[in-house]
Design a protein around this ligand. Structure first.
Ligand SMILES: Cc1cc2nc3c(=O)[nH]c(=O)nc-3n(C[C@H](O)[C@H](O)[C@H](O)COP(=O)(O)OP(=O)(O)OC[C@H]3O[C@@H](n4cnc5c(N)ncnc54)[C@H](O)[C@@H]3O)c2cc1C
Length: 429
């Protein structure tokens, strides 16, 4: 009797999937992870190859830590994560150490990790869950239905190869701040929403083991205090990540030499910290921070936007990783429910609910954030707020909760105040 090999398990066609996710940063990797976990066939297309660098401050608040833990990523120090206890704020000649709040909703510590490591860890986690990650492929545009214009796939160009079509029922744009895919579907950045620009580099420093994230509120342009802040985050590897960011609500935005401002700011630091040109280990590089729903709508003709592509950076503090990951999770859950409804109008109705889900989560809070960036863009207000805030630790503890978006639903009086304000603020999609 001849023995027959068991039939090979059916492989999905290489260029078809339930969902295509474009970009494997924190938003894309998280989206792909949750989609794959619910059993969907996911293609995750990334133009670079891991590990790769990404311009960032490398700071993770307890919000981001929660998302990492939720994906089953070990955040122990043995695995290379550097923990921090809170935020040290320096301004108006004062220095305040504010511990991360004790909450049931979020862990009581933050982390620091290079994006070189963080993004690879997230992408590999998505792969482990079953997502098909293809690295070294640049998505050059959407494939659209001839009649309806709906996105039905994308064209990808592999490094040194020929264009190839990929098709899926739904496509996710997680391709970062510029989001070429969103633009080619007609979704541009909104001029009425905040945008930041930030630069960063690394210096060898004895302060590399700092167990607080440090934020400097005094960024001076002559006699004008700029709306933005500088940061010094110890990387635990002999270097500190140092950078600064400004908001487009100030007159200085667009007229500032960021490299010169960084050098000027560091010049005033104590020599023993080592923030000198000889100790700089990387070029000064910058990028934009799209904030407060800076690109809408978040769902359009089969395309859903996550992370920076959807302008989801927190306008209060410039944090983007947590929001990229959280939006990826919300989006993946929406798609899972939508695709389970079969095809047609029902699926569409669920997908169209994604902007509302985002708005429920962040809408009111981001409205407050937009008002905040307008206020600190006014000459004089930033100076007033720094001077009066820094001499009132209780007020600064409240500010930390507000600015880092760290509260419990039925928490203490400050939690209730922050939550109440967010609830009262208009909630646009
Ligand atoms: C200087 C600076 C400092 C910052 N510091 C912090 C900080 O300390 N903490 C924090 O939380 N946030 C910080 N941010 C914000 C944070 O970096 C972003 O919010 C975050 O990276 C958003 O994640 P994302 O996945 O949406 O986009 P990205 O991280 O930009 O990922 C997008 C991915 O898509 C890929 N891609 C792009 N185009 C294509 C294409 N056509 N085809 C295929 N792939 C494509 C890219 O290669 C990339 O891997 C900082 C930003 C800047 C500029």
């Amino acid at each position: 009797m001849t023995e027959h090999a068991p039939p090979a398990p059916e492989q999905p066609p290489a260029d078809e999937a339930d969902v295509i996710v474009v970009g494997a940063g924190p938003a894309g990797a998280t989206t792909a992870f949750y989609l794959a976990q619910s059993g969907l066939d996911v293609l995750l297309l990334e133009k670079s190859r891991f590990p790769r660098e990404k311009v960032c401050g490398d700071g993770l608040t307890p919000r981001a830590v929660k998302s990492l833990i939720g994906m089953g990523i070990s955040v122990s120090e043995q695995d290379g994560w550097v923990r921090n206890k809170g935020l040290r704020v320096i301004g108006a000649g004062q220095r305040l150490e504010l511990a991360w709040p004790e909450l049931s909703s979020y862990p009581g510590f933050g982390l620091v990790r290079t994006r070189h490591d963080l993004d690879e860890a997230l992408a590999r986690r998505a792969q482990q869950a079953g997502a098909r990650l293809i690295e070294g492929i640049t998505v050059t545009g959407p494939v659209r239905h001839e009649r309806t214009g709906r996105i039905t796939g994308v064209v990808g160009r592999p490094d040194g190869g020929e264009d190839r079509r990929y098709s899926a029922r739904v496509v996710v744009a997680a391709d970062g701040n510029s989001s070429r895919l969103s633009v080619s579907m007609g979704l541009r950045k909104r001029d009425d929403r905040p945008l930041g620009v930030a630069v960063r580099t690394y210096y060898k420093s004895p302060r590399h083991n700092d167990d607080y994230l440090e934020s400097w509120l005094d960024l001076w342009d002559g006699d004008r205090l700029l709306p933005g802040y500088g940061w010094i985050f110890g990387m635990g590897d002999g270097t500190s990540n140092i950078g600064l960011g400004l908001l487009n609500t100030s007159a200085a935005f667009g007229h500032t030499d960021y490299h010169a401002l960084l050098r000027k700011w560091l010049k005033a630091m104590p020599a023993e910290w080592g923030f000198t040109e000889e100790n700089r280990t990387a070029p000064i590089r910058g990028a934009a921070l799209p904030m407060g729903f800076n690109r809408t709508p978040h769902y359009h003709q089969g395309l859903l936007l996550a992370g920076d592509a959807g302008g989801l950076v927190n306008p209060f503090n410039g944090e983007g990783i947590a929001y990229a990951m959280e939006s990826g999770e919300i989006l993946a859950r929406t798609i899972t429910q939508a695709l389970a409804r079969g095809r047609g109008a029902e699926t569409e109705r669920v997908l169209a609910g994604y902007p509302h889900a985002l708005s429920q989560e962040y809408g009111g809070y981001y409205t407050l954030g937009r008002a905040f960036v307008k206020l600190i863009g006014k000459p004089g207000f930033m100076r007033f707020a720094t001077k009066h805030g820094m001499s009132r630790p209780a007020l600064m503890r409240f500010a930390l909760k507000l600015l880092a978006n760290l509260t419990d639903p039925g928490g203490d009086a400050t939690d209730r105040l922050v939550n109440g304000l967010s609830r009262l603020a208009p909630n646009p999609e």
